[in-house]
Every structure is written in C-alpha cells, then in structure tokens.
Design a binder for this molecule. Structure first.
Ligand code: HEC
Ligand code: HEC
Length: 325
C-alpha cells in the first residue's frame, strides 16, 4: 500500500516535470529569428522550404509572389486580372529583404484591425487589397488553391515571430519628415538622372523579353499601381526607394538622400495613373494617415498639403487637438 502511494506521487512529479518542460519549450522556440548583421529581420529562402506536401504549397505560394504576371497578368494562365506587375516588384526577393517591404510580420500580426477599411482583416483580405490596388486588378477567390498557397507561404515565412511582434527591418522604413513640402520639380531632375534609364522617361517601364510582366516595372501610366495603393502615399514611396532603388540597392548602402527620396516620390506620384474609387476608406477620419492624398480629413489642411507636406505641422496640430479632447 505504502509502496503504491510512493509510486503515485513519483508519477505525479514526473508528469508535472514533463509538462513544465513542454510548456517552457513553447515559450523559447528552438528556431531563433533570422537577422542580418544589423539585427534586421531577413526571410528564409527558397531552398529552406521543406520537401513535403506542405512544402509544395509554400513553394507554389512563393512562385505566385515572384511570378504573379505568369498566373494573373494580361496573358495569365489562371486568369487575366492584373496589370502585369509581380508582387515581388514591391515586396523584394519574394518578401524576404530587410526594409524591402518584406512580409516578416504578416503571420504575427494578422488578423488585425486596419484603419483604412475599419475592419478586422484576415491575411486573405490584405492580399486581395494589393491585388485590387497595387496590381490594379480583381480580388482572387479566398478558397482557391492560389490564395491558399500565398497564405501558406506568408505563414511559413513569419513562423518564428511571436504573435503581435514586428521585428526591426520589417516592411518599409519610416523616413524623417522634411520641414518643407516635397518638390516634384526637383524630383523630376533626380528621376531623370537616377531612375529613367530603367523605368523610362515616361514611367512606363520596360516589358520582359518573353512578353510576360516587366523587366523594369512601370511607375505611372495605365499599367502602374492605382491611386488607392499604399505606395501612392508619399511616405511609403519615399521609404521604399530610399533603401532599395536604384535597383539593386540595400539599406546598408543607400545611394539617394532622404530629401531626394521625398522629392522623387513627389514627382512620380504627381504623374497620371489609374483611379480607384476609395470613398469607403478610412471610415474614422481621426485615424486617417496624414499623407493620404484624398480628402475628406478631420482637419482643415488642403489635399495638396496632405499629399506633399510639410507634414510636421499637420502632425503637430493633430496631437494638439488630441490633447484638447
Ligand atoms: C506597387 C507595389 C506593390 C505591389 C505590386 C504589391 N504590394 Fe503588397 N504592399 C505594398 C505596400 C506599399 C504595402 C504596405 C506596406 C506598409 O504598410 O508598410 C503592402 C502590404 C502588403 C501586405 C501586408 C504587409 C503587412 O506587414 O501588413 C501583404 C500581405 C501584401 N502587401 C501582399 C501582396 C501580394 C500577395 C501582392 C501580389 C498579389 C502584393 N502585395 C503586391 C505594395 C505592393
Ligand atoms: C537598374 C535599373 C533600375 C533603376 C536605375 C531603378 N529601378 Fe526601380 N526597379 C527596378 C526593378 C528591376 C524593379 C523590380 C524589382 C524586382 O522585381 O525585384 C524596380 C522596382 C521599383 C519600384 C516598385 C515597383 C513599381 O514599379 O512600382 C519602384 C517604386 C521603383 N522601382 C522606383 C525607382 C526609383 C524612384 C528609381 C530612382 C531612384 C529607380 N526605381 C531606379 C529597376 C530599376
């Protein structure tokens, strides 16, 4: 009897010990987050994708991001529903490059409430936002094998990041605001000197040799992102090009200054591009980003100032009115 009792307690302790080990193992994942020499998140590459049936879907998702035009472009094998750009044209190296508009924090942050739509957005909804705005196209079916593959890739890419965390180097860097309005005329000079040789004097880019997608993607005109796209906001455009253009630049060795990045952004985003009705965006005007170029706003600054700046004054006024509440 006594022996049985001891055995009982010993087993309980053993089980407890095992439970604690498993739990603490969960809190300290065995795979550390991959970072570069300056501690910026960097994504895993093609050859790190597992070789099994889940791996196949992840690999297909990566391919859809890199070669979107092949599947959904004007001559797409799945449908003809985009402008012929690839996701990778803006989400560099399949969304793995530090400060290259990467996908590091998608898995850790979605579903999340987004102020632009005022809704809780799933990864699928966010991907379709880019299909409709950045690729000036139609949304794809959330249950299609293509969407499932894109989501599988995004989840795999961000699997080491704890829920809610956004590591350094993820997305697009926020550049310091200028104390003046960004200058499209000055920007045009810089554009002609540093960008036009690839993207063209008229911003149309250059088609790929096989006719599918672009060797150099367009920056304005009929085949470019529409005016509801995130990169149409000056801060996103400037932050993206500062660390990544002229291609291939990285944030360790940028070749344009902050001032040049803002001025070039002002020039490119003053050129014509497809329009999308966005009257349903930003249902709460107090949450609207200050560089959204279309009104209405909760303040009395003009559309022009919201588009080109100076932004510090708007920010200052906004924080004052918040203090007054
Ligand atoms: C013209 C440029 C462009 C193209 C092309 C593009 N995107 Fe985006 N995408 C953006 C910008 C800009 C953001 C917003 C980044 C930010 O808010 O910092 C974004 C955000 C995202 C996000 C959310 C990232 C996050 O961390 O919140 C996902 C997911 C996404 N894009 C997927 C895609 C997919 C999939 C495609 C192709 C079907 C695509 N994008 C094509 C520019 C683009
Ligand atoms: C040597 C050629 C080259 C030069 C010069 C160059 N780019 Fe690019 N740019 C590219 C390529 C190629 C891509 C697509 C990258 C990819 O798919 O990996 C790209 C992508 C882009 C994108 C995102 C996709 C799009 O079309 O909207 C923007 C914005 C951009 N470049 C702006 C600029 C600006 C501004 C400059 C000048 C500061 C510049 N680029 C200079 C080749 C170039």
């Amino acid at each position: 009897m006594r022996f049985k009792l001891i055995l009982f307690f010993v087993s309980i302790f053993f089980l407890l010990f095992l439970f604690i080990r498993i739990e603490s193992g969960k809190k300290h994942p065995t795979n550390p987050i991959a970072v570069d020499s300056a501690d910026c998140w960097t994504g895993a590459g093609l050859y790190q994708i597992p070789v099994d049936s889940t791996g196949n879907s992840i690999r297909f998702g990566r391919d859809l991001i890199s070669n979107t035009a092949h599947y959904f472009g004007p001559q797409g094998t799945v449908s003809h529903s985009t402008n012929g750009m690839n996701c990778q044209n803006c989400h560099l190296d399949a969304g793995t490059k530090p400060w290259g508009n990467n996908f590091g924090a998608v898995a850790s942050q979605y579903p999340k409430k987004r102020d632009r739509s005022g809704k809780i957005e799933s990864i699928e909804m966010r991907v379709n936002d880019c299909f409709q705005r950045s690729l000036n196209g139609k949304p794809i079916d959330s249950l299609s094998k293509e969407m499932r593959a894109i989501v599988a890739y995004l989840k795999w890419l961000g699997k080491e990041i704890p829920k809610g965390v956004k590591p350094k180097g993820v997305g697009i860097e926020n550049l310091t605001y200028l104390n003046r309005a960004a200058d499209p005329i000055q920007g045009q000079q810089y554009y002609l000197a540093s960008c036009a040789q690839c993207h063209g004097a008229h911003g149309a880019g250059m088609p790929a040799i096989d006719g599918i997608g672009f060797l150099y993607p367009p920056l304005w005109g009929a085949n470019s992102f529409n005016d509801a796209a995130g990169i149409y906001r000056l801060s996103k455009f400037a932050g993206f090009i500062k660390n990544n253009m002229p291609n291939p630049t990285n944030y360790h060795h940028p070749s344009i200054s902050n001032d040049q990045a803002w001025d070039i952004a002002a020039f490119v985003n003053s050129q014509p591009r497809p329009h999308k009705d966005q009257s349903g965006d930003w249902p709460d005007l107090n949450k609207k980003m200050i560089d959204e170029p279309f009104g209405p706003y909760s303040d009395s600054f003009t559309e022009k100032q919201h588009k080109y700046g100076p932004f510090n004054v708007i920010l200052h006024r906004a924080s004052q009115s918040q203090h007054a509440l």
